[in-house]
Design a protein around this ligand. Structure first.
Ligand SMILES: Cc1ncc(COP(=O)(O)O)c(C=O)c1O
Length: 406
C-alpha cells in the first residue's frame, strides 16, 4: 500500500532552508511547509495517511503521535474527562503514564487488584473488573502487557456496554495485532497503539484511535497533548509501520523459540520472556558480551522483543545462546498491603524493608510498579530496585515510605 508521507518526503525538490529545524540540512527532517501538510490541521498527505490508518485499524478516526503512547494515554484520559468521567478503573500495575495523566487531569484511579504469578503481575480478572466498575465511570486496561498477557477484553467490553461506560485500552504493546481477533480496537472505544514498540517505526511513533462516539473528544485530547513540532521522519515511519505486512515466518520462528527456551506461555508472539531467576543479571551480561541485547531484565526474567522486522536467523542465534546459559528458579514475592500511616519520608532501599510504600516505584522498562503505593516493601524488592540500572518513582535512589511518628 502506498505511503503518503514517505512519498511526499522522497519527492521533495532541493531547497534552501530558512525554516526550522536549525540544522538546515533539509532532507527528511522538515517542518510544516506549503507542501508537507500539518498534523494539527491535516488536509493533505497526513490526512490521507491517517484515514488509511483508521481504515486498517478499524477506527472512526486515528491520530498519529510523535510523542509515544504516553501522549495517547494522556489524550484518551483527557477525552474521558471531557465527557464527565472522573473515576477511572485501572490496573494496579498500569504504566506510569496512566497514573501521571490521572494526577495531571484530576482523575481518581480506582485500582483493580492484580495477583502476581511466577514473579509477574497477572492481568485483572473479569470478577475484579466487575467489582471495580461498580465505583467507576470508565475502564482503562492494558492489552497486551509487556509480558505478552491479555486482559478479558470481550467480558470487559460487554460489561462496559451494559453499564453505558467507555472502555479505553493502552495498547502500547499491541499494534502488531491489528490483523487478529486479539486486537484492542475490536473491543475498545478509545485505544492507543505503540507502533514503535512492535512494528517497524521510529522510536516515539504511535497512533491513538477512537470509534465514532469518541472521535471528537479524542481529537481534542490529541490536540491538547501532542507537540506542535512533530517529526516528519517519525510520522512517515508510523504510516509505514501501520501498513507493514504480517510476517508469518518470524511468527513461526517465535513459537519455536518459546518452546526451545522454556519461555513463558503467553499469547503474544512478539514477547519472548525467558526465566532466569537469580541468574538474570549474569545472563544479560553474557548475552551483551555476544552483542545481544534484551528489552529488559526485571531481576527474574529477560524479555526479548520481536517484531515483523525480526529475522528468523536472529531468532535462531538467540535460541542458540540462550540454551547455553544457566537458570535458577524465579522468585515470586506476593505483594502485601500495609496501612499508610505517618509521615511520608524517603529512605535508601536497604532501610525501606518492612515499611509501607508511599509512591509507586519500579524499573525502566517495564515502567510498571514493582512496589505499588500502599504495599509493604520487601527486602527482595528493595534489593532489586537498588540493583536496577534505571528506575522511576525514586528520589535520588530513595524510596518514599510512611514513617510513623514515635
Ligand atoms: C503499557 C505501556 N503503556 C504506555 C507506555 C508508554 O509508551 P511510550 O514509551 O511510547 O510513551 C509504555 C512504555 O513502555 C508501556 O509499557
Amino acid at each position: 500500500m502506498r505511503c503518503h508521507i514517505l512519498g511526499m518526503l522522497r519527492g521533495q525538490r532541493r531547497h534552501l532552508s530558512f525554516h526550522t529545524p536549525g540544522h538546515k540540512r533539509a532532507g527528511m527532517d522538515i517542518t510544516e511547509l506549503s507542501y508537507s501538510d500539518d498534523l494539527s490541521d491535516p488536509t493533505g498527505v497526513i490526512a490521507r495517511a491517517q484515514e488509511d490508518a483508521a481504515r486498517i485499524l478499524g477506527a472512526a478516526r486515528s491520530f498519529f503521535l510523535t510523542d509515544g503512547s504516553t501522549c495517547g494515554v494522556y489524550a484518551m484520559l483527557f477525552a474521558l474527562r471531557r465527557r464527565g468521567c472522573v473515576r477511572i478503573c485501572v490496573p494496579t500495575y498500569a504504566h506510569k503514564s496512566v497514573f501521571h495523566a490521572c494526577e495531571a487531569l484530576g482523575l481518581t484511579p480506582v485500582l483493580l487488584p492484580q495477583e502476581t504469578r511466577a514473579g509477574i503481575p497477572c492481568q485483572p480478572t473479569e470478577q475484579a473488573i466487575a467489582e471495580g466498575m461498580g465505583g467507576a465511570d470508565a475502564l482503562l486496561l492494558t492489552s497486551p502487557d509487556y509480558y505478552g498477557f491479555f486482559p478479558p477484553l470481550a467480558a470487559a467490553q460487554a460489561l462496559c456496554r451494559a453499564q453505558g461506560k467507555p472502555l479505553a485500552v493502552d495498547g502500547a504493546h499491541g499494534s502488531h495485532l491489528h490483523f487478529t481477533s486479539l486486537y484492542a480496537g475490536r473491543f475498545a472505544d478509545l485505544w492507543v497503539d505503540g507502533v514503535h514498540k512492535s512494528l517497524p517505526a521510529l522510536t516515539q511513533g504511535a497512533v491513538v484511535s477512537a470509534n465514532a462516539a469518541w472521535a471528537d473528544a479524542l481529537a481534542e485530547g490529541a490536540e491538547f497533548f501532542r507537540t506542535s513540532s512533530p517529526s516528519y521522519p517519525i510520522l512517515a515511519s508510523v504510516e509505514y509501520a501501520v501498513k507493514y505486512p504480517r510476517n508469518v515466518r518470524v511468527e513461526r520462528a517465535a513459537a519455536w523459540a518459546k518452546r526451545e527456551t522454556g519461555a513463558l506461555e503467553n499469547d503474544d508472539w512478539t514477547k519472548l520472556v525467558v526465566p532466569f531467576g537469580a541468574y538474570a543479571d549474569g545472563a544479560q551480561a553474557a548475552l551483551e558480551r555476544c552483542g545481544v541485547y534484551p528489552e529488559f531484565n526485571d531481576g527474574n526474567y529477560l524479555m526479548f522483543y520481536l517484531s515483523p522486522a525480526t529475522t528468523a536467523g536472529a531468532v535462531k542465534k538467540l535460541v542458540r545462546l540462550l540454551r547455553r546459559l544457566p537458570r535458577a528458579a524465579v522468585q515470586d514475592a506476593r505483594p502485601v498491603t500495609g496501612m499508610p500511616r505517618g509521615k511520608v519520608v524517603t529512605v535508601p532501599p536497604e532501610e525501606a524493608a518492612g515499611m509501607v510504600c508511599a509512591r509507586a516505584c519500579g524499573m525502566v522498562p517495564p515502567c510498571i510498579p514493582l512496589i505499588a503505593a500502599g504495599e509493604v516493601v520487601t527486602r527482595e524488592k528493595a534489593e532489586r530496585l537498588a540493583r536496577a540500572r534505571h528506575t522511576f518513582g525514586l528520589t535520588d535512589g530513595r524510596i518514599a515510605v510512611y514513617r510513623e511518628e514515635s
